[in-house]
Design a protein around this ligand. Structure first.
Ligand code: GLN
Length: 292
């Protein structure tokens, strides 16, 4: 990007070619996303501003962002923002970028539970806080708890809570050695819903992941050694936290292991159904606890 006078259209065309050369996915979309962030306008509104010249401060900001994107860094880390279920969240490297599938998981929870009845929900492995915060926003009467093993993730989640003015209880915890109940015994068998989008990618899939994910997103939030081990731990924690009757677990799962998670849940006395995501993959397992 040379020091000449640039217009919006000039930058869009140049950026598309440049990102294409660098093998960046969605080159046009990428430059639109970055430029709209720099100019603080909606992406589609750039098309009304084609002739607008860019000032040197804007160009300087954009140049730095373009360099990061050329190395395949996710757009959400570069701008630090992501939209999730109608709320704007801050994300930072070290925290998983919320995915559209996870919005579908939120939708499943909301569809089965009305606004008026107060519920207690726990989100395990909350990351940026996306599920917990989206639910709290839509269901203000609910008491929402959220845990994550990563201090950085909880820091980002708390920042998001502050920006959104929502109240969620956060707790640093390990799925494989949970301490939540020891610290808050009142939660014992008192929760209505447990939701989790845990790390479910297997290590041997590393090569098949996009560079954006593989090189930039936190391993801790992506990978597990075995889905059986991961979901068994979550189900065990559910049984300690959930009310014995009519409580529910909502899991996001690896599309190849939905059957396994369904089977595990049934073994533990839940009825369990697999649901597809919008791409048609087996992505969610929704379970109801019916044992007395
Ligand atoms: N769903 C994420 C992905 O496809 C993975 C995050 C997770 O393991 N929950 O990259």
């Amino acid at each position: 990007m040379q020091n000449k006078s640039w217009t919006v259209l000039g930058v869009l065309d140049w950026g598309t070619i440049y990102f294409n050369q660098k093998g960046v996915r969605n080159p046009r979309f990428s430059i639109e996303w970055l430029l709209s962030h720099v100019l603080k306008v909606k992406r589609l509104d750039l098309y009304l501003l084609f002739e607008r010249p860019l000032h040197s401060t804007e160009l300087k900001l954009l140049r730095a962002m373009v360099q990061r994107r050329a190395k395949h860094e996710p757009l959400q880390y570069i701008t630090g923002k992501v939209d999730f279920f109608g709320i704007e969240l801050t994300v930072a490297s070290g925290v998983l970028i919320p995915r559209p599938e996870t919005e579908e998981l939120v939708e499943y929870i909301l569809a089965s539970h009305d606004k008026d009845t107060p519920k207690r929900l726990v989100d395990i492995g909350t990351g940026s806080g996306c599920i917990a915060l989206a639910i709290k926003k839509e269901r203000p009467k609910w008491e929402v708890w959220a845990t994550d093993i990563s201090e950085l993730a909880l820091h980002v989640a708390q920042k998001n809570q502050k920006e959104l003015g929502l109240q969620v209880h956060w707790f640093q915890d390990d799925i494989f050695a949970p301490e939540l109940l020891r610290h808050y015994p009142e939660l014992k068998q008192s929760c209505d819903i447990l939701v989790s989008n845990p790390p479910y990618i297997l290590r041997d899939e590393w090569n098949a992941l996009e560079r954006e994910v593989r090189e930039f997103e936190p391993e801790l939030a992506l990978f597990c050694s075995s889905t059986n081990r991961m979901y068994s731990a979550l189900i065990k924690q559910s049984k300690a936290l959930l009310k014995p009757l009519q409580s529910q677990m909502y899991f996001e799962v690896h599309e190849n292991y939905a059957d396994e998670v369904q089977y595990l849940s049934k073994e533990h006395g839940f009825t369990a159904e697999i649901r597809l995501d919008l791409a048609g993959n087996d992505r969610f397992v929704i379970c109801t606890h019916n044992q007395s």
